[in-house]
Design a protein. Structure first.
Length: 105
């Protein structure tokens, strides 16, 4: 019986007709057999493989773009925090100075 793996790439290979059975890999040799079967499934269907690689490439490009955007936002937020802390320090110094001047009177 063909077991559909929970790993998406292997599941797609299983759908394409490769005989992959994952019932809990406990043996290194079995792992190698499964990898060989997966490779055979990929080689049997080059057009689908090219499309999947293109899709993965697009997903990776989107991910990289998102990471760069978030890194940029993190830099902006870090600068905002730094400015806020500087302003808070300046204001606390003014308040402390005003308090001591008022207390001295």
């Amino acid at each position: 019986p063909l077991c559909v793996p929970t790993i998406p790439v292997l599941a797609r290979i299983s759908e394409s007709g490769a005989s992959i059975q994952l019932t809990g890999i406990t043996d290194y040799g079995q792992l190698l057999v499964n990898i060989a079967n997966a490779a055979a499934g990929i080689l049997d269907n080059p057009d689908r493989t090219k499309k999947e690689i293109a899709d993965f490439n697009n997903q990776l490009a989107s991910y990289i773009e998102r990471v760069r955007f978030l890194e940029s936002q993190n830099r902006v937020l870090a600068r905002d925090i730094e400015l806020f802390l500087q302003a808070a320090h300046i204001h606390s110094e003014k308040i402390t100075k005003a308090h001591f001047q008022h207390s001295a009177k």
